[in-house]
Design a protein around this ligand. Structure first.
Ligand code: NAD
Ligand code: ZN
Length: 364
């Protein structure tokens, strides 16, 4: 098993990456000095496939583990579920030393993480992400939280985990649509990465990776490492961490205007294309970059044609994004593959021009 160490202001934690990580998680947790009671928070979808090996491993390592199921789906990422979790934590007599282990995708990790961050003012937390998106994105960086009726992720806390265990074998049960959604974020990381190695490897092996709906451990490692480097440099999201929002200024507007009917990964795919197109129109990046982004996304089965939306409405929707600062909207734009930066001077006409020029599909 490989270990990536993430340092943060209060210490550090390991990301353990490798096949067989799931059954070994109990032993690893014990090595970190934990013992006694713990709770595995999962849902029926993930739990049916992956809870048993985890619980067995915890049992073998001497833990008294209880399984807590919460409902599956973004519509349950809310305070009602958090409140149910508090009740179950009390019933299970968890104390300040009892780890909460999140076994599931980003929705589950965000919800269980927020419950762990707030119960008894914070109890230990372990992430075992089971979607590609959660592996490369949601489980790393310490952000947890839930949605309010008024908007997504409006309540939350920074909660650094004790460890993250990533077992690529759990991806065997992940539906293809979820794999693709995760690939949009992996491709985003390929564009952010300080070298172009990840992006080029994804291009070279697109057929194999997408047919198998699997990334080799090396590429998983590279994709995770992009997020690790960025969050280490900016643990509380005060500056550089914004680069992780590459494509997301557009994506959030598309999601909002389509009433959240569009999958996040699909919106991100289109957002990446828009950011590349805008950058190329500014002369910031090579003219062929948007075509490479389109080609790569298409090879992983992601949509590359924009939804039919009025460009001016997209611009308006960007101003209701909670991540905007004051009256400016920040855009993350690529200078090259592996080199992105933050820009606050993008004009309405540039955005509209980029959207309109993409209305007719780019050739890749
Ligand atoms: N905290 C962060 O920094 C951060 C970053 C990015 C995204 N997020 C959040 O992550 C969430 C999206 O996460 P997601 O894309 O993982 O979606 P998800 O958690 O909803 O998972 C997608 C579906 O796949 C199922 N599933 C998960 N693993 C499986 C497996 N191995 N086999 C079969 N089914 C499986 C889930 O139960 C669910 O039905 C959003 O709420 C988003 O806000 C958080
Ligand atoms: Zn995203």
């Amino acid at each position: 098993m490989r270990t990536l160490t993430v340092t943060h202001p209060a210490g550090s934690y390991p990301i353990l990456l490798g096949e067989g990580g799931l059954p070994a998680a109990g032993e690893e947790l014990e090595k970190l000095g934990f013992q006694g009671r713990c709770a595995v928070v999962t849902n029926a979808t993930v739990g049916q496939h992956h809870a048993v090996p985890l619980l067995r491993g915890l049992d073998a390592a001497g833990f008294q583990a209880i399984r807590i199921d919460i409902p599956d789906g973004e519509q349950h990422k809310n305070l009602e579920t958090v409140s149910q979790l508090y009740n179950q934590f009390i019933a299970a007599r968890l104390d300040r030393r009892s780890p909460v282990i999140a076994l599931g995708g980003g929705v589950l990790g965000d919800t269980a993480g927020f419950a762990a961050a707030s119960f008894l003012r914070g109890i230990p937390f372990v992430q075992i992400p089971t979607t590609l998106l959660a592996m490369v994105d949601a489980s790393v960086g310490g952000k947890t939280g839930v949605d309010l009726p008024q908007g997504k992720n409006l309540v939350g806390a920074f909660k650094q985990p004790e460890m993250v265990v990533i077992d690529p074998l759990v991806l065997n049960t992940l539906p293809m649509t979820e794999f693709r959604a995760g690939m949009a974020e992996v491709i985003k990381h390929g564009l952010i990465d300080a070298t172009d190695h990840l992006f080029k490897t994804l291009e070279q092996h697109a057929r194999t990776y997408s047919q198998n709906a699997q990334l080799p451990v090396d590429q998983l490692h590279n994709a995770i490492n992009v997020k690790v480097r960025v969050v280490q440099a900016d643990p509380f999201e005060q500056g550089r961490r914004a680069v992780l929002n590459l494509g997301h200024t557009f994506a959030h507007a598309f999601e909002r205007l389509t009433g959240f009917q569009m999958r996040h990964g699909e919106a991100v795919a289109m957002g990446l294309i828009c950011a590349a197109q805008l950058a190329a129109a500014r002369g910031l990046c090579p003219a062929e970059l948007p075509g490479r982004v389109v080609g790569l996304l298409a090879n992983y089965g992601l949509p590359t044609q924009l939804p039919k939306l009025a460009a001016a409405d997209v611009w308006e929707a960007m101003f209701t994004d909670k991540k905007r600062q004051g009256n400016t909207v920040r855009f993350i734009l690529p200078r090259a593959i592996g080199d992105v930066d933050i820009f606050s001077d993008v004009t309405k006409s540039e955005v509209i021009h980029a959207l309109e020029s993409l209305a007719s599909p780019l050739s890749s």
